[in-house]
Design a protein around this ligand. Structure first.
Ligand code: PLP
Length: 376
């Protein structure tokens, strides 16, 4: 018998930020080194009370509950009520190990539940893990166009794609462009078509245009909100988030995740309780990000004549590259300013004429970029 024909296995594509090595080396050549504004990783410290809770929890010994300790879930529920004005019982939310693993794993789990569907809908200009999650599940990633304010244009979704959809992702405020969706309309669209809506709201407390918004304001039926402590509390290294909303979806996902062994470490869960319960540090962080966004808008205008709007939310500037050449603009910033930024194609083909600047670095580092560019 002849052997079966070889099949083409999955080969992970280059990780987007690994593609910046050459530009990083150019920026590194400046005295004072590269000012890294590429990855949205926090540089500011987490609050001291949170670090203390992490060190002193005594929770190292036993396995932590996969769904989250009662204290974790109740703190998250209190936070939703206090900051976002929604009542969600602690039973309707569960912990995740930061949210990236949840975003990237979700299509696979939804497919196991509903094998007749095979499509993930996500914003055309977006965090790359929505599409990667579909790929990792062997599903189709179908981008939903966004309008000129970077909001989902759901009228453009082909009804045949909606019928096959495992889920629709929304992201408000959006990474990379800071758009703010009408989450009521998004929830309604999903309900009318039986498409579960997952709303990634990890930048919610960095909303600049109006009050923070969550899809949970529009009920829980068919929708799940996803939240993270990475940005809110500068805890990206600890890995803690949660998802909450529709009872059937949260129940299914939390049971599955128990079997798969997803667990936020016990000390991190204890630290998370302290973080969800404190707002003073978030107010300080809000003012840092706001100041830096304003500061870098001025730098881009003065050095390159590039005008960028203040985003609706988030801590990124999404700037149109002169001549539409994002790689060339990123190179100029590296060579002339010693700053590393992300070309927009990392966030989808529709973003390819822009760059994303993550305002994660302190004022002194932004001042250094301004000085190098001769616009201090
Ligand atoms: C839109 C969006 N969702 C989710 C994440 C993942 O964050 P974490 O896994 O740290 O919770 C990020 C991180 O940059 C993000 O920008």
């Amino acid at each position: 018998m002849s052997p079966p024909p070889p099949t083409e296995g999955f080969r992970p594509p280059p990780y987007p930020y690994d593609r910046l090595r050459e530009l990083q080396a150019l920026a590194d050549g400046h005295p004072g080194g590269c000012v890294d504004l590429s990855i949205g990783t926090p540089y500011d410290p987490p609050p001291e009370l949170v670090v203390r809770a992490l060190a002193e929890s005594g929770a190292e010994r036993g396995y932590p509950p996969s769904i989250g300790t009662p204290a974790f879930r109740e703190a998250a529920s209190r936070w939703l009520a206090r900051r976002l004005g929604v009542d969600l019982s602690a039973d309707l939310l569960a912990a995740c190990v930061g949210t990236k693993e949840f975003v990237a794993g979700l299509p696979h789990w939804l497919r196991l539940r509903d094998p007749g569907r095979d499509t993930v809908l996500y914003p055309a200009v977006a965090y790359p893990s929505y599409a990667m999650g579909a790929t990792l599940a062997g599903a189709r990633a179908v981008a939903v166009p966004v309008d000129d304010r970077f909001r989902l244009d759901l009228s453009a979704v082909d009804p045949a794609d909606a019928e096959r959809a495992l889920c629709l992702w929304a992201n408000t405020p959006g990474n990379p462009a800071g758009g703010l969706d009408d989450l009521g309309a998004v929830a309604e669209w999903g309900r009318a078509r039986g498409v579960p809506v997952f709303s990634d709201e990890c930048y919610v407390e960095f909303t600049w245009d109006g009050p923070p918004r969550t899809i949970l304001e529009h009920g829980t039926d068919g929708v799940v909100a996803v939240h993270s402590l990475s940005k809110r509390s500068n805890l990206a290294g600890a890995r803690a988030g949660f998802y909450g909303g529709d009872a059937g979806l949260v129940g299914y996902l939390s049971e599955l995740r128990k079997h798969a062994g997803f667990m936020v470490p016990g000390p991190v869960q204890a630290a998370a309780v302290a973080a969800w319960d404190d707002d003073a540090h978030v107010e300080r962080q809000r003012s840092r990000y706001r100041d830096r966004l304003e500061r870098f808008r001025v730098i881009l205008a003065a050095a390159f004549d590039v005008e960028v709007a203040m985003p609706g939310g988030g801590f990124y500037l999404w700037a149109a590259a002169p001549g539409g050449d994002a790689w060339a603009f990123a190179r100029r910033l590296a060579v002339e300013g010693g700053a590393l930024v992300s070309p927009g194609e990392f966030y989808g083909a529709q973003g390819s004429g822009h760059i994303r600047v993550a305002l994660v670095q302190p004022e002194a580092r932004l001042a250094l970029v301004a000085e190098r560019l001769g616009v201090a």
